[in-house]
Design a protein around this ligand. Structure first.
Ligand SMILES: C[S@@+](CC[C@H](N)C(=O)[O-])C[C@H]1O[C@@H](n2cnc3c(N)ncnc32)[C@H](O)[C@@H]1O
Length: 275
């Protein structure tokens, strides 16, 4: 009997059994039978994908297999933005980070890119149980990647780094009314002394071609509502490339760096220091 679990991720064998449609003998079926089988399979796919009774811990891996195009729904790693991917690679090459932390895993596109392009341990957190299960299954072969389900604020507090560890943060847990960004940044800035924080979906001053998130009064992801430039513990950087030359969904971003990272960031060509 196939057991449904809510927060855990099914094994490949369980998954195979659960979605097994037909067998080797099917290959010998006459073409009419084959067509009927394909129609049945498609019907099963849509039932599985719409059936909310299937617990998220199983729906996530099922979606990974049955709807592979869902994996890169947001355009791919870093929203499918080549220049942003380059910023990440440049930062990682220049600063000797000891770990990467991401908030808002979603389906693990950016996490996978980070895992493929670095050898660092990666810690990521996702609130939604189905996205969590999807990403956990997608990244199951990367033992360096630790994916937790929960709220980004408590997740950050649970990380057991030393205050002087050199850390790269990618803050992308914004999708709902409840916006954890201010608390995430406050915690990182006051807890650590060597950090670089990249915040996705942030307004890039002077370049309207980069889009950004706005969740209503006081919740626009911009320096107006999040005045990081007034915080003496951080230096602010924006993409050094105009939006016309960026690819993918052209989401804006801001990069915040602690003072002791400033020297390293002087040689990062893909970022401009806010003066
Ligand atoms: C824009 S998506 C992240 C995309 C992902 N970083 C990528 O590049 O593929 C935002 C995700 O953050 C999650 N999220 C929103 N608020 C959260 C919170 N407080 N803690 C953890 N995850 C959260 C959402 O469920 C959603 O999956």
């Amino acid at each position: 009997m196939f057991q449904c679990r809510v927060d855990s991720v099914v094994s490949p064998a369980e998954l195979r059994d659960a979605i097994a449609v037909g067998s080797e003998e099917d290959a010998q079926l006459a073409s009419e039978d084959r067509k009927r089988l394909v129609a049945k399979e498609n019907q099963l796919r849509s039932i599985l994908m719409t059936q909310k009774l299937i617990p998220p811990g199983i729906r996530g891996p099922l979606k990974f297999h049955l709807k592979p195009q869902a994996a890169d729904f947001l355009g791919g790693p870093f929203n499918g933005q080549c220049f942003r991917q380059f910023i990440f690679i440049e930062l990682l090459n220049i600063s000797k980070f000891s770990a990467i932390v991401e908030t808002g895993t979603y389906r693990g596109s950016t996490t996978l890119f980070m895992a493929k392009n670095t050898t660092l341990p990666i810690y990521t957190v996702e609130f939604d149980p189905e996205h969590f299960a999807f990403a956990k299954y997608r990244l199951r072969e990367y033992s360096r990647v630790s994916i937790k389900r929960g709220d980004s604020r408590s997740f950050l507090k649970s990380l057991s780094f030393k205050a002087d560890d050199r850390l790269f943060f990618y803050l992308d847990a914004h999708w709902r009314e409840d916006l954890p960004l201010a608390e995430e940044v406050d915690y990182i800035v006051n807890r650590f002394c060597s950090f670089v924080i990249m915040i996705d979906d942030f307004l890039v001053p002077g370049d309207a071609g980069y889009s950004y998130d706005d969740y209503g009064p006081g919740k626009q992801l911009s320096l107006r509502d999040f005045p990081f430039h007034k915080n003496s513990k951080v230096n602010c950087y924006f993409p050094g490339c105009p939006s016309q030359l960026e690819s993918g969904t052209k989401r804006g971003c801001i990069v915040l760096a602690s003072d002791d990272m400033r020297k390293d960031l002087e040689s990062v060509t893909s970022l401009s220091l806010m003066s």
